[in-house]
Design a protein around this ligand. Structure first.
Ligand code: NAP
Length: 260
């Protein structure tokens, strides 16, 4: 079970949904977890849940779009634990509530890009600088919407960007002889605040949360939505040495959504 014993992991967006469960599972599997989130209270609550269960964690406030924030998160991690082995670039937004294609502005486009894609560039770059001698695993959370269209153009483009950024850095690390693996994860729909909140922004006011849930469930051949735990287990696999020959790859965890 201790698949990441003695490893230090930074997990962004760790205060909620997939990031919170990934932080807990990573700690259960032996890692020391730096839980970061733009909302410090939620990161602290995940961190406290880990400590209460006997694990090791610390919480940091972190806006993933800010280069300075990344530098302080890395600095505080190195000061506290002296190495970094795992980075999970998980923080993201759906872009629900932002204007659709024909009314979109450069600003609305860039809001999604900066949180979902620029952040992954910043984090990946900082982690490579930290890990290039000691090695490590970077896991970038994309989406099924990084493989097929079906969300807003900005969300699709940002998540498609995460997929290819991951492959590019995986290849570059290989060329440079850095012992760093980089992979992307592509979840199907998971019932987290990010998805639940979509209902508030749907054109049809008659659709309820339950209605949205049923509509989304129908798109997954397996007959249910994903859980944060379903996704966290795949992330843990890619973070651990169990996947030591896997880099530049994409792990689709979608209950068959993209198989149709
Ligand atoms: P979630 O429950 O909303 O969690 C995302 C977390 O990221 C929240 O705590 C959020 O804080 C935080 N965050 C937002 N902007 C941030 C920023 N600038 N800096 C740092 N943290 C920030 O969402 P989730 O569903 O777990 O999603 C996690 C990742 O999985 C995202 O990248 C998402 O695109 C991806 N994903 C999700 C699904 C799904 O169905 N849920 C499917 C495919 C991919 P606030 O709540 O305070 O904004």
């Amino acid at each position: 079970m201790n698949r990441v014993d003695n490893k230090v992991a930074i997990i962004t967006g760790g205060g909620s949904g997939i990031g919170a469960r990934t932080s807990q599972l990573m700690a259960e599997a032996g890692a020391t977890v730096v839980v970061t989130d733009i909302n410090f209270e939620s990161a602290e609550s995940t961190s406290q849940s880990i400590i209460a269960a006997g694990g090791k964690a610390m919480a940091l406030r972190h806006d993933v779009t800010m280069n300075d924030d990344w530098e302080s998160v890395i600095e505080e991690t190195m000061l506290a634990y002296h190495h970094l082995d795992i980075l999970v670039n998980n923080a993201g937004i759906s872009g629900a509530g932002l204007p659709p294609l024909e009314e979109a502005t450069l600003e609305s486009w860039q809001t999604v890009m900066s949180i979902n894609l620029d952040s992954v560039f910043l984090g990946t770059q900082k982690a490579v600088l930290c890990m290039k001698e000691s090695g490590g695993s970077i896991v970038n959370i994309s989406s099924i919407m990084g493989l097929v269209g079906g969300a807003g153009p900005a969300y699709n483009a940002s998540k498609g960007g995460v997929r290819l950024l991951s492959k590019s850095v995986a290849v570059k690390c290989g060329e440079m002889g850095y012992p760093i693996r980089v992979n992307s994860v592509h979840p199907g729909y998971v019932w987290t605040p990010l998805v639940r909140n979509i209902v508030e922004h749907m054109e049809d006011d008659n659709i309820t949360e339950e209605g949205l849930r049923e509509m989304l469930t129908e798109k997954h051949p397996i007959g249910r939505l994903g859980t944060p735990d379903d996704i966290a287990r795949g992330i843990l696999f890619l973070a651990s040495d169990d996947s030591s020959f896997i880099t530049g790859s994409e792990l689709v965890i979608d209950g068959g959504y993209t198989a149709i």
